[in-house]
Ligand binder design. Structure first.
Ligand SMILES: [Zn+2]
Length: 419
């Protein structure tokens, strides 16, 4: 009798061509968000589940934004692994600058092109296939496997993963989350910085632009506030030890994947003034200016402490108000969790990749599980031209990553030491 590992690898090998076909089909089923209508793309995925006899249902408050929820029990008790990917994509960027049709799903030079080909129809399609492979092997597994293929991720909307964790918690939280957003197959992401968004408004009298003695200028006050807010980037960050060690150990790889400076950025508070709006016409002194600040908060920092300092800075200037648009607490999962070990071991065996656990600069739906105390890990292909013309996925690399995901899920559902 074949080992479960050999059986799984044989199933993947025999499905390779069909799997590439599935990815092409799901890319051709456009699902840009906004507006976020994912029915066609979800239909491609549920047809695959149907064809393979895998149980699933579709849930969610908005019929145009279906979430696929599928689950099965293994043959004996064990931990509950949850798989997560999203079906929606960014809108197509600059369609006239693509060399391939953004909705064509063409394979050229071993790469499959299209909007969402990298972020993240490849990851979601492979999870659907993975769910079917393991469902067919359920007699040999312990515990439970749940698949969540969701809508409404790109705009951080309420109808996708957030809806599932709030309304189907018992089914979708589980003991461990594996998310397949692209990044780099040499890193497994165990933590995410958290965005803190502030809106600051300055209101003064305003006047004719020649009479600058009559009123303070709202734009000049906003400029002063921005300069003072820059001091937030010097905040001393008491990183948790596991996070600090992972950043130090992964610094070279972090800088290679995200360009030099990324490792330093990862452990620091950063400030981006995302919008600035003020003034009406060149010869009027502006009486109103609004800025929106996107502050990224690392682990070990309480976002409320940053809000308090921002309030203090803004409050020194007259006519100002500050409003928190969005605030989250940065969280991390244990980089020594068994799932990280499974991914490292399988990536080395499948592709010779040395995988490092690192935190992530940007956010994924993994944070929703971490917020609820579930260890969550993101592992995926190289992110290629995401939100740019000629987004694509290298199929040879993808098929290796598919095997790493599948074998790591299998290990989690067959080994005794996963809790
Ligand atoms: Zn994504």
């Amino acid at each position: 009798m074949m080992t479960p590992r050999d059986e799984l690898l044989a199933r993947i090998t025999s499905d390779e061509t069909a799997l590439i076909g599935l990815l092409g089909d799901v890319v051709r089923a456009a699902s840009p968000n906004p507006p976020g209508d994912t029915r066609d793309a979800a239909g491609v995925l549920t047809a695959w589940l149907d064809r393979h006899g895998a149980p699933f249902r579709v849930v969610g408050p908005d019929p145009a934004m279906p979430n696929i929820l599928a689950s099965f029990e293994g043959a004996r008790p064990g931990p509950h692994l949850v798989l997560n990917g999203h079906i929606d994509t960014f809108p197509t960027v600059a369609a006239d600058r693509w060399t391939e049709d953004p909705l064509g799903g063409a394979v050229v030079g071993g790469r499959l092109y299209g909007t969402g080909a990298s972020d993240m129809k490849q990851g979601t399609a492979s999870l659907v296939a993975l769910f079917c492979w393991l469902h067919a092997m359920r007699d040999r597994l312990a515990g439970r496997l749940t698949l969540t293929a969701v809508s409404d991720e790109e705009t951080f909307g309420p109808n996708g993963a957030r809806y599932l964790v709030e309304h189907h918690a018992a089914e979708v939280l589980g003991d461990c989350l594996l998310n397949t957003e692209p990044g780099a197959p040499t890193t497994v992401r165990f933590a995410e910085k958290s965005p803190l968004w502030l809106r600051i408004e300055v209101q003064t009298m305003g006047c004719h632009g020649a009479y600058t003695h009559k009123s303070p200028s709202a734009t000049k006050i906003a400029a002063a506030i921005i300069e003072e807010l820059a001091a937030l980037e010097d905040t001393e960050v008491p990183l948790p030890r596991a996070v600090a060690e992972a950043i130090a150990a992964g610094a070279a790889e972090i800088d290679r994947v995200h360009l030099p400076g990324a490792a330093r950025t990862m452990g620091a508070v950063t400030l981006n003034i995302g919008t600035w709006q003020g003034g009406v016409i060149v010869n009027m002194l502006p009486g109103h200016c609004a800025i929106e600040a996107d502050i990224r908060v690392p682990w070990g920092i309480d976002p409320d402490a940053i809000v308090a300092r921002a309030n203090e800075i803004v409050g020194r200037h007259e006519g100002t108000t500050l409003r928190v648009i969005s605030k989250q607490t940065p969280r991390w999962s244990d980089p020594a969790h068994p799932m990280v070990g499974h991914i490292q071991r399988n990536a080395a065996a499948v592709a010779g990749w040395a995988v490092r656990p690192i935190p992530s600069l940007a956010g994924t739906d993994s944070r929703l599980w971490r917020e609820r105390g579930v260890p969550a890990f993101t592992y995926g292909t190289t992110a290629t031209n995401v939100a740019m013309p000629d987004e694509n996925t290298d199929l040879a690399e993808w098929l290796k990553v598919v095997r790493v995901h599948a074998l790591s899920a299998l290990d989690y559902l067959t080994e005794e030491t996963n809790r």
